[in-house]
Design a protein around this ligand. Structure first.
Ligand SMILES: [Fe+2]
Length: 188
């Protein structure tokens, strides 16, 4: 396994335990991604993600930083076979992502704070003008997990809190090669 958090540095006991947790998680996701369809992978990743979300030593201090007004993404692990990517995303208080969907399956869990996820139904996508209507909003608290398969699942992320929130995201494929992994941006 490579590209896991600071593998070349001396780890504290807590960080070493975190390393084992993340290592086990990535191996399990790798097994899933090798053997199952996207829909099954996406549905099974959240349960694997849950143990990571109770670990306060999961991220290094520099992986919790906000550098400006926008959200920040930090690479935790890239599967060497391009099967999946694990990222930490730090959300400033009050921020909204665009309404978007993804090119691949994805799952995420809340490590710190709370994340409001709003889901949308496609209205139309003619002439590159994609419109979607709000169908539901769910507020995910610390430890909560959720997922989307790759079938036109449209959502928006919002941090409704007064402090930054951190979520751990697992996407199908290699996010560096795919890019932002956002398929479309939508208007309501
Ligand atoms: Fe998303």
């Amino acid at each position: 396994m490579d590209k896991l958090i600071n593998t070349g540095e001396c780890l504290s006991r807590g960080q070493a335990e975190s390393y084992d947790l993340i290592s086990d998680f990535c191996k399990s996701v790798g097994d899933l991604a090798t053997n199952y369809s996207s829909a099954i992978i996406a549905s099974k990743v959240p349960r694997l993600l849950t143990p990571l979300l109770v670990d306060n030593d999961f991220l290094l201090p520099e992986q919790r930083l906000l550098k400006g007004d926008d959200y920040e993404k930090y690479e935790i692990f890239l599967c060497p076979n391009d099967l999946f990517s694990v990222l930490a995303i730090v959300w400033p208080a009050g921020i909204y992502s665009p309404i978007h969907d993804h090119q691949t399956w994805c799952a995420f869990g809340v490590l710190e704070g709370e994340i409001e996820e709003s889901k949308y139904a496609l209205v139309n996508s003619q002439n590159n003008l994609c419109k979607a209507n709000l169908t539901e909003s769910v507020c995910h608290q610390k430890g909560a997990v959720t997922y989307m398969s790759s079938e036109r699942n449209i959502h928006r992320i919002h941090n409704p809190g007064k402090d930054p929130a951190i979520s751990i995201h697992v996407y199908g494929g290699n996010y560096k090669k795919i890019g932002a992994n956002v398929d479309q941006i939508y208007n309501t």
